[in-house]
Design a protein around this ligand. Structure first.
Ligand SMILES: [Mg+2]
Length: 371
């Protein structure tokens, strides 16, 4: 079996849903639509087609000579060759995901089965996008709880700690003790020192962690800058609440980071660690270092579906993260172009597709031009 071609397929926008301001990027507008964007297809000489998140033209140019003519089942060897060709610059995650989709399709099994599945659904947590006001967030949390969600992640991006805690308290009062609350300060967005919005120092991180600990919050995510490993370790040692992070780290950064143990829980993202191969390697590294794993969301469409498969096959992963801040930021908008996309059951679990590979097909009505 040989790969014959790679192509990026542009998707038609069937509905413009609107924009919301993400808490982690003050002033920015995150656009939601049903359709739009693009996907990657990898063709073979035996009728199988792999589907993955789109990649940029420079990535296609770099990996085409490696992939065309190669056997798509050699995913892990191709991963190494592609990473070398890309000089570790990233951006190839979509190709690796499409190769895993292909490999599972060729074997005729759902991807999570190929990866050693142990469950057919994974508890999802609703990851907020907006900062919001206490009453409004509490209202939304209650409606998510009604829908079955057992966990919600709030953003801590207010000017003061008092305002951040007011949101947590309003939500807790409204949903009671049975819903898990997670908090994300998004302080590691920048590779350097500056990022938009409020910036925490060690004192604010420590004080907030202690307050959240008393409120039974299940983890505090990214309380300090991306590479502040020594301070993160100090914080970890000073509080009992688990400290989480790592969504922005490349695969080659995972080993050095884990050796310094800045986090109780690490959160690799397939789109950042060059695909599902990288994600599975990050999981393995975390286990070697005794860190817990709760992966990041993988984007909004195919990336999240790929994460769902990886989570289903990892018994030590408690949740799959879905960016879900309805009505505009509803995760289902990102799944709209795909037939067979995962849906929620009544208990807040995302149910795995049962077809071969990722278990989804591109709805032909979304297919626009090909590049
Ligand atoms: Mg985060």
């Amino acid at each position: 079996m040989k790969i014959t071609a790679l192509r990026v397929v542009m998707l038609r926008v069937q509905q413009d849903v609107g924009s919301i301001e993400p808490a982690w990027e003050q002033g920015a507008a995150m656009r939601f639509s049903r359709g739009g964007g693009s996907v990657l297809e990898i063709e073979t000489d035996q009728g199988f087609t792999g589907l993955g998140p789109a990649v940029k033209g420079r990535v296609l140019e770099a990996v085409e000579p490696i992939l065309v003519g190669a056997d798509p089942r050699d995913v892990e060897a191709l991963f190494e060759r592609m990473r070398f060709a890309m000089r570790n610059q990233g951006g190839m995650a979509g190709v690796d995901i499409a190769l895993w989709d292909l490999r599972a399709k060729i074997e005729g099994v759902p991807l999570h089965r190929l990866c050693g599945a142990h469950r057919d659904r994974v508890p999802a947590y609703a990851s907020m996008i907006r900062l919001g006001a206490p009453d409004e967030r509490a209202e939304l949390a209650a409606s998510l709880q009604q829908r079955g969600f057992g966990a919600i992640k709030l953003r801590l991006h207010a000017a003061s700690m008092r305002e951040d805690l007011a949101i947590v308290d309003a939500v807790r009062t409204r949903v009671g003790a049975s819903m898990t609350i997670l908090c994300d300060a998004n302080q590691a967005q920048s590779q350097g020192d500056w990022q938009p919005g409020v910036r925490w120092d060690y004192a604010r991180a420590l004080e907030t962690a202690k307050e959240l600990e008393q409120r039974g919050v299940a983890w505090l995510e990214e309380p300090l800058p991306r590479y502040a490993y020594a301070e993160l370790r100090r914080l970890r040692d000073a509080v009992a609440i688990p400290i989480a992070g790592g969504e922005n780290l490349r695969l080659q950064e995972y080993g050095p980071m884990l050796a310094l143990a800045p986090y109780d829980i690490v959160q690799p993202d397939a789109m950042v660690v060059d695909g599902l191969t990288g994600l599975r390697r990050a999981f393995a590294l975390a286990r070697q270092h005794g860190a817990r794993i709760a992966p990041h969301h993988g984007g909004r469409g195919i990336g999240t579906i790929a994460h769902l498969h990886a989570c289903a096959a990892a018994p030590d992963v408690p949740y799959v993260e879905v960016l879900h801040d309805p009505p505009i930021g509803d995760f289902a908008h990102g799944f709209a172009p795909f037939v067979g996309a995962p849906t929620l059951d009544g208990s807040g679990n995302l149910v795995l597709p049962t077809g071969p590979g990722l278990g989804i097909e591109l709805d032909p009505s979304f297919r626009d031009r090909t590049t």
